[in-house]
Design a binder for this molecule. Structure first.
Ligand SMILES: *[C@@H]1O[C@H](CO)[C@@H](O)[C@H](O)[C@H]1NC(C)=O
Ligand SMILES: *[C@@H]1O[C@H](CO)[C@@H](O)[C@H](O)[C@H]1NC(C)=O
Ligand SMILES: *[C@@H]1O[C@H](CO)[C@@H](O)[C@H](O)[C@H]1NC(C)=O
Ligand SMILES: *[C@@H]1O[C@H](CO)[C@@H](O)[C@H](O)[C@H]1NC(C)=O
Ligand SMILES: *[C@@H]1O[C@H](CO)[C@@H](O)[C@H](O)[C@H]1NC(C)=O
Length: 248
């Protein structure tokens, strides 16, 4: 084979190779389609029209992603579990096969919004005494009103339910006859069927109770009455008078 024939063969091979890979521009589809809320799971799928058995390469903000715990790649899909605001950015992909690769896909911008925040308010907001009724109210910063509320305490990890002691009524947890054992941290979470599905609890409230009775001082003074000699015939039962005082 002459050198010109070899050159032609190499040219043919490279044209075939290019036809096999280059010219395929993948597209990236994202689910969910609209903005992602923190904590949600997002799938980015690299769609290549022709051929199969590609291996996929993903990039975020010019950095090639490794398929580690936070960015597992399963075939054509990159999954982000528990999305954080730091996952916001530009994503793109390409397919690799043998020695070749596809073009890079268009860049897709993933925006991650904070899930609505929930906080807890306590009434009465001043000192709460043991035996009193306390209301904890869940406040969710959101335009949606169709939340169902869940209550938690650091004393056990299960959701608090209405029973004799607790009453859960919409956004309010009522503790009747608060006891020292009710002291601790309380937080709430809202759930709904539409996205955003869940609120994020940004702070827990610390419920502390006071004993209703503070220090008491009891004092008494005994005074002996003066005897009147004129009326000595009828003796009073006692000539002592006791004055006493309780000071809170
Ligand atoms: C993401 O993809 C996985 C499988 O690859 C699927 O089980 C899951 O439901 C998908 N989640 C979303 C939000 O599309
Ligand atoms: C607690 O909330 C209930 C209704 O949810 C209300 O009737 C009661 O007055 C409230 N008590 C306090 C101490 O805020
Ligand atoms: C969250 O909202 C989506 C969209 O409405 C719904 O399909 C999904 O079942 C919801 N998930 C939960 C856990 O409620
Ligand atoms: C809550 O109260 C406990 C005991 O009173 C205290 O040790 C703890 O630091 C408090 N936590 C917060 C977040 O204020
Ligand atoms: C009255 O007081 C005196 C001492 O001040 C005491 O000895 C006496 O027992 C008292 N009388 C009565 C009836 O309490």
């Amino acid at each position: 084979m002459g050198s010109s024939a070899l050159a032609l063969l190499l040219l043919l091979i490279s044209i075939l190779h290019a036809g096999f890979t280059r010219g395929h521009k993948p597209t990236v589809t994202v689910t969910p389609v609209s903005a992602v809320f923190t904590g949600e799971t997002v799938n980015l799928t690299c769609v290549i029209e022709s051929y199969s058995d590609w291996t996929y390469e993903w990039y975020k903000d010019y950095i090639k992603l490794q398929s580690d715990g936070h960015y597992p790649v399963n075939r054509d899909t990159l999954t982000i579990r528990g999305a954080a605001e730091s996952d916001q950015g530009q994503y793109w992909c390409r397919g690799l096969k043998n020695e070749g690769s596809t073009d890079y896909s268009e860049v897709v911008h993933l925006s991650v919004k904070a899930s609505p925040r929930s906080t807890v308010t306590v009434t009465p907001d001043s000192a709460v005494f043991t035996g009193e009724t306390v209301n904890l109210t869940c406040v969710i910063e959101s335009d949606h009103s169709d939340w169902t509320y869940e209550w938690y305490t650091d004393r056990n990890s299960v959701k608090l339910q209405s029973d004799g002691h607790y009453t859960v009524n919409r956004d309010t947890l009522t503790i009747r006859g608060a006891a020292e054992s009710d002291q601790g941290q309380y937080w709430c979470r809202g759930q709904r069927s539409e996205r955003p599905n869940s609120s994020q609890s940004t702070s827990a409230v610390n419920l502390s109770l006071k004993e209703p009775v503070s220090d008491v001082t009891y004092s008494e003074v005994v005074v002996k009455k003066q005897q009147s000699m004129d009326k000595a015939d009828i003796m009073p039962e006692s000539t002592n008078v006791t004055y006493s005082e309780i000071r809170y």
